[in-house]
Design a protein around this ligand. Structure first.
Ligand SMILES: Cc1cc2nc3c(=O)[nH]c(=O)nc-3n(C[C@H](O)[C@H](O)[C@H](O)COP(=O)(O)O)c2cc1C
Ligand code: SF4
Length: 518
């Protein structure tokens, strides 16, 4: 008889909800019964309201139960052996509507594979992208990535193929691949999920990028708040070295590629690519003026590709399945899939990977199931702390870089934070300015000083002090920050502030600015 196999996630989200305690309870029950069970620790499937979600291997495929508490285990144990009925039984994970409706392209293996096993990675399609990349060669890889339409998932949506070509064309003996795993946006966790659930995918993507541009060294820059991701990635890098995926002559090719993890203390601005490079080099993270672009003069003054985790983790599947398979998915100029991360006051909190084009209303009301509190949805902030607040009237906006920009918003790294009707939007606007003042790197005046003045002006508006004049002042201040800031921290803070003011003027103690000025 086959040894029973049970899958327990060890993703930070599942751990926070008691996954380790559940594993211990399973081991205790196993020992009590004198059984020998194979417990595999995976990443998360991303259905966080069901975590810890425990799965058991059966003849019909995996059967999931969740959310499981340690106290549930005694009564559930027999079912964890046979996949039978139980109030916590969820059935086949792939049939759970939240998962069934997704297009899992980049996250295809997340929550499924033994995240520390390169053999399991390969058994689930891993390294097929690298094999094809090595057969295509540098120019062929860049052509394929360009053709796929992949745009950076860190926020700016810059075409990855162009970035790689620029670095490839820059003459230098040493070039670098830097993975931006800082993931500072509120409500986002896609990068962490990949690092904790499918680390070899990121390593493979970075190795392909290295071959494409002629870089022999890569860095993963992440934050100290991601200790589990750091541990999983470190072990995966060691395994990749042992098995020839990293080091000299990767995959039996003439290309060398090495990887190192660098950990920052966790400053929002250190996610900005030039600030990140300063921090990676051991300096205080401060934004550099551009040009020169990192593609010409990046880490340690050498040509460098800086890409987000999801951009790089999408590369192996693009190479394996072909650029067309990726390009065929999507909407407008936003090709492929986006890991939408539902957070805040939402019923079904989790990662939903879908082709671009799904509307905000579908994401929040249908996929997310509305608010967790059961109260009406009032506002949704998309794209992190610098993203706009959208009211229900804008719920027909498709998830697409251009569609959001046309409505003075951004999709950023795909974070969607939901608020119910108890939210105070003037407080949210104030928070945006306050956040900027705390996180500002201090290099330019509109951001460093403007954000502090912004907090004061909003306070005066809310108190009703010379309201009409202060509303005009706030708009002028936002305009100055937008146009005069060196980077998008100061430059984009007007998005949350002005969207709150425009769509929810009643929270600022009166009618909107246009009416107040008239
Ligand atoms: C204030 C600020 C914070 C940022 N934080 C992140 C971050 O946490 N992760 C990220 O990938 N990109 C972040 N970015 C965007 C990066 O500067 C850069 O565009 C990105 O790493 C490029 O990779 P991509 O082309 O793959 O998106 C941030 C930008 C700004 C202005
Ligand atoms: S906008 Fe703010 S964070 Fe960006 S360079 Fe200026 S001071 Fe630094």
């Amino acid at each position: 008889m086959m040894r029973p196999r049970i899958y327990v996630p060890r993703d930070a989200g599942a751990l926070a909800l008691g996954a380790d305690e559940v594993e211990r309870a399973i081991i205790a029950a196993e020992q009590h019964r004198g059984l020998d069970i194979d417990i595999v620790r995976t990443g998360s499937r991303g259905l966080y309201w069901l975590e810890p979600m425990v799965e058991v291997e059966t003849a019909e495929g995996r059967i999931a139960y969740g959310p499981v508490t340690p106290e549930d285990v005694a009564g559930l144990f027999d079912r964890l052996l046979d996949g039978g009925p139980h109030p916590l039984r969820l059935g086949r994970p792939e049939d759970i509507p939240f998962l069934k409706r997704q297009t899992r392209f980049t996250f295809a293996r997340c929550g499924i594979v033994d995240r520390q096993s390169l053999a399991d990675y390969r058994a689930h399609g891993g390294l097929a992208g690298l094999d094809r990349a090595l057969s295509l060669g540098p120019a062929g890889i860049i052509e394929e990535i360009t053709k796929s339409g992949l745009r950076g998932r860190g926020g700016a949506g810059f075409p990855t193929g162009i970035k790689w070509k620029t670095t490839a064309d820059a003459p230098a003996a040493q070039k670098y691949i830097v993975c931006n795993a800082d993931e500072g946006d509120s409500g986002t966790y896609a990068d962490r999920m990949i690092m904790e659930g499918d680390p070899f995918c990121l390593i493979e993507g970075m190795a392909i990028a290295g071959v494409a541009v002629g870089a022999t060294k890569g860095f993963i820059y992440t934050r100290s708040e991601y200790p589990h991701a750091i541990r999983v990635m470190s072990r995966a890098i060691e395994a990749a070295h042992r098995e020839g995926l990293l080091g000299a002559g990767i995959g039996g090719s003439p290309h060398d590629f090495d990887l190192e993890i660098r950990v920052g203390a966790g400053a929002y601005v250190c996610g900005e690519e030039t600030s990140l490079l300063d921090s990676l080099e051991g300096k205080r993270g401060q934004v550099r003026a551009k040009p020169p672009l990192p593609a010409h003069k990046g880490a340690f003054g050498r040509p460098t590709v800086v890409n987000n985790v999801i951009s790089l983790a999408s590369v192996p599947a693009i190479l394996a399945d072909g650029a067309d398979a990726y390009r065929d998915l999507g909407y407008g100029r936003s090709r492929g899939t986006m890991p939408i991360q539902l957070a805040g006051n939402v019923k079904y909190r989790g990662l939903f990977e879908a082709a671009f084009g799904v509307t905000l209303g579908d994401i929040v009301d249908d996929i997310g199931g509305g608010t967790a509190s059961g109260r009406p949805v009032r506002a949704v902030q998309v794209g992190g702390p610098l993203g706009a607040y959208f009211p229900r009237a804008l719920f027909d906006t498709p998830f697409d870089y251009e569609a959001f920009a046309a409505r003075d918003g951004l999709i950023g790294h795909g974070g969607v934070v939901v608020f119910d009707d108890t939210v105070d939007m003037a407080r949210q606007a104030r928070f945006a300015m306050e956040f900027c003042s705390i996180e500002s790197c201090g290099k330019c005046t509109p951001c460093r000083i403007g954000s502090v003045r912004g907090v004061e002006v909003i306070d005066r508006i809310v108190k009703g002090e010379r309201r009409a004049e202060n509303l005009i002042l706030l708009r002028e201040l936002c305009e100055t920050m937008r146009l005069g800031s060196l980077c998008a921290l100061g430059g984009f803070v007007p998005f949350p502030v002005l969207s709150a003011l425009t769509h929810f003027p009643e929270d600022f103690g009166g009618a909107p600015i246009a009416a107040a000025a008239a």
